[in-house]
Structure formats: C-alpha cells, structure tokens
Design a protein around this ligand. Structure first.
Ligand SMILES: Nc1nc2c(ncn2[C@@H]2O[C@H](COP(=O)(O)OP(=O)(O)OP(=O)(O)O)[C@@H](O)[C@H]2O)c(=O)[nH]1
Ligand SMILES: [Mg+2]
Length: 415
C-alpha cells in the first residue's frame, strides 16, 4: 500500500525547515556579534546610545551641557533617556584669503617716529638736511647763521608767513639769550613745529554718532578714493561696519575704483548711474547707513578745481542734502591735499575752507616729495587738524597724524 506522501511535498518541507534554521542561526550569530561590539564600545568608554520606551530623545539641561553630571537614576529594567550632547565649539576656521590681510592692519594708534621716518625721507633729505648741514660742526651762533636758516626756510615750502614767523621767533629768542648754541636752535625748531601742528579741539571720534558720516573732498588726483579705501580697511580691522558712497558720478571708473576697495575690505558701496546728481546718491547712501545701522558712511566726491565756482557750489548742495538724510551729517568733512603740490596746497586749502566747513585735513603722498614742510604752512594758516597722512601706497601707510611723532620723524638725529 502506498503511504500517499508526495515526495515533492517532502522536498518543499525540507527546504522551508532549512531556511528557518538558517535564518535562526544567522540571527543568533548577529546577536552575538552585536553583544561583542557593545562590550568593546563600553570597554573603550564610549557612551551607549539608548532609546527610551517612548522613543523620544532628551536634550541635556544647560548646566549639564558638558555631559559629565551624574546620570539620572533609572528604575531597574527601564532604559535611561538618551542624551543629545551639544556640538563641541567649532575649531577655529582658517581665514578666507583676501587681497590684503585685514587682520594685520594696525588696529590702534602707536606713536612711532622711527616707523614714520622712511615715509618722510624725501622731505628730510631736502630742506631738513640743508638745515642740518648749516648746524653741523658749528659750536657758536654767529650772525650769518640766522641768514642761512632764513634762506632754507623760505625755500622749504613751509609758506612765507609761517617761515617768517619762525625766523622772528628765533631772532627774538636769540636777543633774549635763550638760545645758547646751534643745537638749541635745532631743538627750538622741532618743538615749535610740534606746537604749530597741534591744533586744539576734539579728536576724531568714530563712536560720536551712528552712522558717522564722513565726506571726503579735494582736487583731482589728490588721493581721495585711495584714502577712503585705506580708511575703510582700517575701520573694518577695528571692528566697525563701513558703508561706502560713490559720490563721484562723473566717471564710471571712479565708482569702479571704490567698488574694488569695497570688495577688498568687505564694505558695501552705494552707487548711482553715471552722471547722476551726487547729492542724490549720497542722500540714498546716508539713508541706508542709518536704516541699516552702519558705524560709518564714507562719501567719495569727484575731484574738483577749487577755482571752479559751480563745482564748489555743488559741494555745498551735497552738504545740505545729506544733512537732511541724517541729523548733523556730514559729521566730518576732510579735505585731501596732495603734498607734492607744495605751496599751491596752501592756496587750495584756503579756497576749499572758505567754501565748505572743513573739519580736518588728510595730507597724501608725503613719501613722494621733498615738500612735506607744507604741512606746517597749511596747519598754521588754517588752524585745522591734520587727521591722517599718507606716506605710501599700502593700507598701513595711511597713518593717524600725531604732531609730536611727525616732528620727531622730521628732525630725527639731524643735529
Ligand atoms: N605714493 C603715494 N601715492 C598715493 C598716496 N595716496 C594716494 N596715492 C596715489 O595717488 C593716485 C591718485 O589717487 P586717487 O585716490 O585716485 O585720487 P582721487 O583724489 O580720488 O582722484 P580723482 O577721483 O581723479 O579726483 C593713485 O595712484 C594713488 O595710489 C600716498 O600717500 N602715497
Ligand atoms: Mg577719486
């Protein structure tokens, strides 16, 4: 009699049993491997991540943020809450490459006549050196000495009035027997230069108001845009927010030049269309500076000949209009003067200051001229403070002006 068991059915049963057995064996192997891995992790001191019964993860309280507080007590059998550890503080990021290493810029004023001296080398090698030669080897003051000093000072681009004043002071001091020897005259000139260059009044203060609006004016090519770029770099390095305003709408290249500086130092630039009214561009810039709470807005203007009345009138309009955008603006108006223009610089400064309320002078290109003595004439005639001097092309070559440092660098060890 046949059992009636189908051999195909037997084969299928064997296959199924084989599969179940294999899966069970694989499951057991995986469990054992996991347990071994867990023991390994625990031995290495890594925390075990566990999920609570409700599956929720819990964030550590702040005072336990470093994760070293005692683990919360958990009833036996219940799994402790998992803890999300706060991200560790990000490692210091490498600085983004920039055209100029802004972080390397001098953040604060350091008096350093020796550092300034190379920038004044040409002026020193001119009339200062000639004065030095007059004093060299002389132990006594003789009548010819004062005449020789006069010749040098009158050709030193100091300006006639200022050099005459210095000479009269030397003569009367000699008359009173206050200057005993040539070295004393040298020391006198240095001390008087420091005094002449020291103008009272409040120093430039970026924190005066927000935004502080700084209007920059001057003749063509005096160094306005470059000075603005250098100032922006230094202010940014000091942690200030800077907005640049392209008020030179005559030439597209002028705006582009400012934009290059803006992108180099990380300062946005407000620009208008070529030929636009500079007042309206600067008005928009000051409004934006105010709305976005910038620390400082620096406004560039087109170079203009001080003898052109219409251009000088335009500056007055600029001044009125930006005053409507922000109270008291412009808070500073700086006249940029190219020191290579010598005596003409004094005339320029006089006409600009008659047309505009100028609050400070920036004297550029002192590195490129022997006529640096002009600074004495300008300050003596106008009694306006010099805010910055330019002694080279690098950002750090625009230096905050300090009368004592300047006189020290100019008359350094020459007598
Ligand atoms: N050596 C030297 N060059 C300087 C200094 N300041 C400015 N310059 C150079 O002077 C030239 C004219 O500078 P700008 O900033 O374009 O002058 P600007 O007054 O804006 O000129 P305009 O917009 O045409 O009126 C540039 O080549 C500057 O690099 C300085 O202190 N030393
Ligand atoms: Mg310019």
């Amino acid at each position: 009699m046949e059992t009636g068991i189908n051999p195909d059915l037997i084969a299928a049963l064997v296959t199924v049993l084989g599969l179940v057995g294999g899966t069970a064996a694989a499951y057991l192997l995986v469990r054992r491997a996991r347990a071994a891995r867990r023991r390994q992790i625990e031995a290495a001191g890594e925390p075990r991540l566990a999920t609570p019964a409700n599956g929720a993860l819990k964030v550590l309280p702040e005072d336990d943020a470093d994760g070293d507080a005692a683990a919360p007590e958990t009833p036996a059998g219940e799994r402790p809450d998992a803890r999300i550890l706060p991200f560790p503080a990000p490692a210091a990021q490498p600085a983004m490459p920039q055209d100029k290493p802004v972080a390397d810029l001098p953040p604060a004023r350091v008096k350093d006549g020796a550092a300034l001296a190379p920038g004044l080398a040409r002026t020193r090698s001119g009339w200062v050196a000639r004065l030095g030669q007059i004093f060299a080897g002389r132990k006594e003051i003789d009548p010819a000495l004062v005449d020789e000093i006069e010749k040098v000072l009158l050709t030193a681009d100091i300006g006639v009035r200022t050099s005459q004043k210095l000479l009269e002071e030397i003569r009367s001091s000699l008359g009173r027997n206050e200057l005993k020897d040539p070295a004393a005259i040298w020391a006198f000139l240095r001390a008087r230069s420091t005094e002449l260059l020291t103008v009272g009044g409040p120093p430039f203060d970026l924190g005066l108001t927000r935004p502080l609006v700084l209007l920059v004016i001057g003749v063509n090519g005096s160094g306005k845009t470059t000075t603005i770029g250098k100032l922006a770099a230094q202010f940014k390095a000091a942690g200030k927010t800077v907005l640049l305003a392209a008020g030179d709408t005559f030439r597209a290249a002028a705006t582009e030049q400012l934009e290059v500086w803006g992108s180099r130092v990380g300062a946005p630039v407000v620009r208008g269309k070529e030929g636009a009214d500079p007042s309206s561009v600067l008005f928009d810039a000051v409004k934006r500076g105010k709305a976005e709470n910038f620390d400082v807005v620096i406004a560039d203007t087109a170079g203009r000949l001080h003898t052109k009345t219409d251009l000088m009138d335009e500056l007055q309009k600029v001044r009125r209009v930006i005053g409507k955008a922000h109270e008291g603006a412009p808070h500073e108006t700086w006249l940029v003067i190219d020191s290579t223009s010598g005596q003409n610089a004094i005339a320029q400064a006089q006409i600009f200051t008659q047309a505009m309320a100028v609050s400070g002078i920036v004297l550029t290109k002192l590195d490129g001229t022997a006529k640096g003595g002009v600074i004495l004439g300008i300050v003596d005639e106008l009694r306006l403070p010099v805010r910055y001097i330019g002694v080279g092309e690098r950002v750090e070559d625009l230096r905050q002006f300090d009368a004592e440092e300047f006189a020290q660098a100019l008359f350094q060890n020459d007598a």
